[in-house]
Design a protein around this ligand. Structure first.
Ligand code: F6R
Length: 612
């Protein structure tokens, strides 16, 4: 949450900052701002901030003729203090400007201290204390870099920071703890950003800062320092993020693009297994065979949509690999005295790799004595995989729409592969079954494409959903988590209240909600629970509820009054939850279009949740 960009060059960096902030807008879109160094005999800092979207701030910067060779920028997702211009970053303290991502936990204590020193606060943010602390140390004689190194030692909490000073116009400095930050290396120009997408038009050469690092960024070079302020070489990586993956192309929204990219994303995520002709343990890292054959159970930790991927995997892991599997919401797990078996593998699921609750749950699991950890993640080099023993990167490509889509289905594909690997290593999957699972996986991208082809029918349903204020989603077994995911997508981007239940649970309470105004979406694949689901549907119909059923092509469903049916492809066996995710994504997307909500940037949300 919150995006940071900074640049120093021989050219005007304002367009670099604006483009960077537009690309980082998915991280937070309440307000934004830039600060630049105004050149001249007596350099000073100019700042522009606006609530609303980056484009509004960019127009203001343009109108005011901003132009500079050094600047920093920020796009905000409010935590401390409302969405106002005064709370937007950069924050300035007499000639020092800074941008911050994260939360400073001891800000109140620091605020009191600084007030006693005569500092006056203009905002309600935790960030402003950092600006004044920096100023305080600079006034005491520190250089910009040493002031930063001293300041961060007085902070508790999480931060990524970029700071500039009018007194030192030849460079800016930055720091990282708990929030992502990388340095981009150009030719005679250098950058800092929350992620590489912000600077990809200028460079692909990046240094990932580690926890506690600070860096001094100059036109002709960058020096990184570790948490003890010692110079350190962190190595240079060449990013393979493609520009096309960051652009909309022919699509109207990133969510639409990302939903349609799923056959490709899944194909890429399963490519290594297809090429290997099976499920070698090495799909999960070099040491995976030794680790995975020694475990006796699995503990999955994740949030939101990723949590639902974990819930689906539990059905697979227990039934196919024969191992006990517990799945827990990371923000709950991290605060309870959980039972920890050192022989249970901790699996974290995260698209972004930087969700604070998941990261903290991982650290907590280790502190409880868990010995082995695996991260399934979509963002290379992000914090959670870097803190894990084994890593599997899903190959969804950049996911920019706030509502997670292709990251979810590729997580499922990775989890299915993990299941088969575990099944093999624990004697539950023989060569014949392995070959059968591989065959099913091979058909997956095609089945997903077939489900995408249902879009016109789903769009027609969406017109009716758009007029509703609530909806229920039902599923059973493997498809219950998909019902949950469908309800989450709908509420997230359409603001329609939606809830999901295992269909068998309806009569234990939620049936009271059903009347002719309540649409009930049923995920009804042609599996062993279909007859049970049909009985649950009767319970709804008998109370006047209108049913919208996603069935398989090969199931004998008939449409009738109040029962609308869309048939997705032939039943995809154990991989059916992946295929059945597509219609619920499309239903949410088209309902949002019909309601005119902001699909890619729904209210109150941001893509990476790096706060508690
Ligand atoms: C919903 C959504 C969120 C994320 C959750 C975890 O569409 O995107 O619920 O799934 O915030 O994020 P990651 O997977 O990045 O850890």
């Amino acid at each position: 949450m919150c995006g940071i960009v900074g640049a120093i060059a021989d050219r005007d960096v304002v367009p670099v900052l604006i483009e960077g902030l537009k690309r980082l807008e998915y991280r937070g879109y309440d307000s934004s701002g830039i600060a630049v160094l105004e050149q001249g005999a007596q350099p000073d800092i100019r700042r522009v901030r606006r609530t609303g979207r980056v484009s509004e701030m960019a127009s203001a910067a343009d109108a005011e003729g901003f132009n500079s060779v050094l600047g920093i920028g920020h796009t905000r997702w409010a935590t401390h203090g409302g969405v106002t211009e005064a709370n937007a970053h950069p924050h300035i303290s007499a000639g020092v400007a800074l941008v911050h991502n994260g939360i400073i936990e001891n800000h109140e204590e620091q605020r009191e201290k600084l007030r006693a020193l005569g500092y006056v606060f203009e905002s309600q943010t935790d960030t402003e204390v950092i600006a004044h602390l920096m100023h305080h140390h600079l006034k005491g004689g520190d250089s910009l870099l040493s002031a930063l190194q001293r300041t961060v030692k007085e902070l508790t909490g999480a931060y990524a920071l970029a700071v500039m000073s009018r007194a030192e116009p030849d460079h800016f400095v930055c720091a990282r703890m708990g929030c992502p930050l990388l340095v981009g290396l150009g030719d005679g120009e250098n950058f800092v950003a929350s992620d590489v997408s912000a600077i990809i038009s200028s460079t692909r050469r990046v240094i990932f800062l580690e926890e506690g690092d600070t860096a001094d960024v100059r036109r002709d070079g960058v020096q990184v320092y570790d948490a003890h302020d010692q110079p350190i070489d962190r190595g240079v990586h060449l990013s393979d993020v493609s520009l096309a993956s960051l652009e909309l192309g022919p699509y109207r929204h990133f969510m639409q693009k990302e939903v349609h990219e799923q056959p490709r994303a899944l194909g890429d995520t399963i490519e290594a297994a297809i090429d290997a002709g099976g499920f070698p343990a090495e799909l999960f890292g070099r040491n995976a065979e030794a680790v995975l054959s020694g475990i006796t159970g699995v503990q999955i930790l994740a949030c939101g949509t990723s949590y639902y991927a974990g819930m689906t995997a539990r059905y697979w892991i227990e039934s196919i690999a024969g191992l006990p599997c517990n799945v827990e919401i990371a923000s709950e797990y991290r605060y309870r005295a959980a039972y920890a078996d050192p022989k249970h593998l901790v699996v974290t699921l995260s698209q972004s790799g930087e969700t604070l609750d998941t990261m903290e749950a991982l650290k907590y699991a280790k502190s409880l004595g868990h010995l082995h950890t695996l991260s399934i993640c979509n963002v290379p080099e992000s914090a959670i995989p870097r803190a894990s023993e084994l890593v599997c990167y899903t190959r969804a490509g950049a996911e920019i729409g706030v509502a997670s889509t292709k990251a979810f289905t590729t997580q499922l594909a990775a989890l299915f592969q993990l299941t088969v690997v575990l099944g093999k290593l624990h004697g539950r999957v023989d060569a014949t079954r392995e070959a059968d699972y591989l065959e099913q996986l091979r058909f997956l991208p095609g089945s997903v494409q077939h489900a995408l082809n249902m879009e016109p029918q789903i769009a027609a349903w969406a017109e009716r959903f758009a007029r509703k204020s609530s909806a229920l989603f039902l599923g059973r077994g493997l498809h219950y988590p998909i019902a949950l995911e469908g309800a989450l997508k709908l509420k997230e981007i359409t603001y329609i209240h939606a809830e999901a239940y295992p269909a068998g649970e309806l009569k234990h309470g939620p049936l009271a909600l059903v009347d002719e105004d309540m649409p009930v979406v049923v995920i009804a694949p042609n599996d062993s629970l279909l007859e049970k689901v049909k009985s649950n549907m009767q319970e709804v119909r008998a109370r006047g509820g209108e049913l919208f059923v996603f069935a398989d092509q090969d199931s004998n469903f008939v449409e009738s009054e109040g029962v609308h049916v869309i048939r997705t492809p032939r039943h995809a066996g154990v991989l059916s939850p992946i295929v059945h995710t597509i219609p619920v994504q499309l239903l949410a997307y088209h309902t949002a279009l019909a309601r005119g909500t902001d699909v890619d940037k729904p209210r109150n949300l941001a893509k990476s949740v790096t706060v508690e």
